[in-house]
Design a protein around this ligand. Structure first.
Ligand SMILES: NC(=O)c1ccc[n+]([C@@H]2O[C@H](COP(=O)([O-])OP(=O)(O)OC[C@H]3O[C@@H](n4cnc5c(N)ncnc54)[C@H](O)[C@@H]3O)[C@@H](O)[C@H]2O)c1
Length: 307
């Protein structure tokens, strides 16, 4: 199977591309390297076709999609705070970029789109099912939801199989240290001996999923014949306070404290995925418990920071 992976030089993309190459897929990567890096895929560069172009450029996208059986669309800007400062940029990359990919996918069989739990906004139901209303609280969330709609409409126009994966909070090695989530931020601060910053009480919860489990979900989606919308998370809620203490415990740092700062308005209080549908229809089975994934992430980040 020939697969185009957009954003293949990024965090999730680099793990996915490695797995696809290992499984014998023919892989083409489309990435403008604005946030990802060739360093992330240097050991497999000879096994993939690399196209360094921008998804906002329709002609480049059309060329990159040509000859492919499937598209896995990961390329995006992903920082919620930045999206509040640069909403138009987020619309250009995440909305127009996704529209370009969908519009160019006339001849592909399936199209897998990395959406986000950010499309839900503040949940009215926990765990969050896929039929929960979409009420994004940030331009980032709105841009991901809008991408979903373009994908669904082009799947009707062209007949490709659409799979929308609403991914919750991913963590793991090679996660960008500048646009990262709370886990990498905690580890970085702890390794520098700085207190971990908690916004609000720390009672808020998140659904953390290790990157290899997300890769597994994408592979399941590629292999399946199913279409539709699927939550991808661990299905378990972790309190931010417990996460901070676990990071400090693994690192054996009892002298590093926690500081509380004011809650940020764009933050969601509770978030955990109902993954029943993905389990049942995609055969998705998250397998890495948080303490195991955290240990690996900490070891790899520590090694990377010391070189
Ligand atoms: N990491 C998470 O916790 C998470 C959670 C939910 C959804 N997602 C989604 O998963 C996808 C991948 O996220 P990630 O964490 O790997 O992000 P990332 O920033 O590490 O990777 C994104 C990649 O897209 C590329 N890119 C950005 N703009 C581009 C453009 N205009 N043209 C071509 N390439 C461009 C970047 O260079 C980068 O390599 C995104 O669509 C994101 O919305 C991520």
């Amino acid at each position: 199977m020939r697969v185009l992976v957009t954003g293949g030089a990024g965090f999730i993309g680099s793990h996915l591309v490695r797995e696809l190459v290992f499984r014998g897929y023919e892989v083409r990567v489309l990435d403008n390297l604005s946030r990802g890096s060739l360093q992330n895929i240097r050991d497999i560069l000879s096994s993939v076709e690399l196209v360094v172009r921008d998804i906002r450029d329709y002609e480049a996208v059309e060329k990159a999609v040509s000859g492919m059986d499937a598209v896995v669309h990961l390329a995006a800007l992903t920082d919620v705070e930045e999206s509040l400062r640069e909403p138009n940029l987020y619309a250009e990359v995440n909305v127009v970029g996704t529209l370009n990919l969908a519009r160019a996918s006339r001849k592909v069989d399936s199209f897998i789109y990395a959406s986000s739990s950010a499309v839900y906004g503040d949940p009215v139901k926990i765990p969050i099912p896929e039929d929960h209303p979409l009420r994004p609280k940030s331009p980032y969330g709105a841009s991901k939801a809008s991408g979903e709609l373009y994908l669904m409409s082009y799947s009707k126009i062209y007949g490709f199989r659409p799979v929308i994966l609403r991914i919750f909070n991913v963590y793991g090695p090679r996660q960008s240290t500048s646009y990262s989530g709370v886990i990498i931020e905690f580890i970085r601060r702890a390794l520098r001996g700085e207190p971990l910053v908690i916004y609000g009480t720390g009672e808020q919860t998140r659904d953390f999923i290790y990157v290899s489990d997300v890769v597994q979900a994408i592979v399941c989606a590629l292999k399946s014949r199913t279409s539709g919308v699927f939550n991808i998370g661990s299905g378990e809620a972790t309190r931010i306070l417990d996460l901070a203490n676990e990071v400090l415990r693994i690192l054996g740092l009892d002298n590093v404290g926690l500081v509380h700062e004011e809650t940020r308005p764009e933050d969601i209080v509770h978030s955990v995925a109902d993954i029943t549908r993905a389990r049942r229809e995609l055969g998705f089975k998250p397998s890495i418990p948080l303490h195991v994934g955290l240990r690996t992430t900490i070891e790899r980040l520590r090694a990377a920071l010391s070189t």
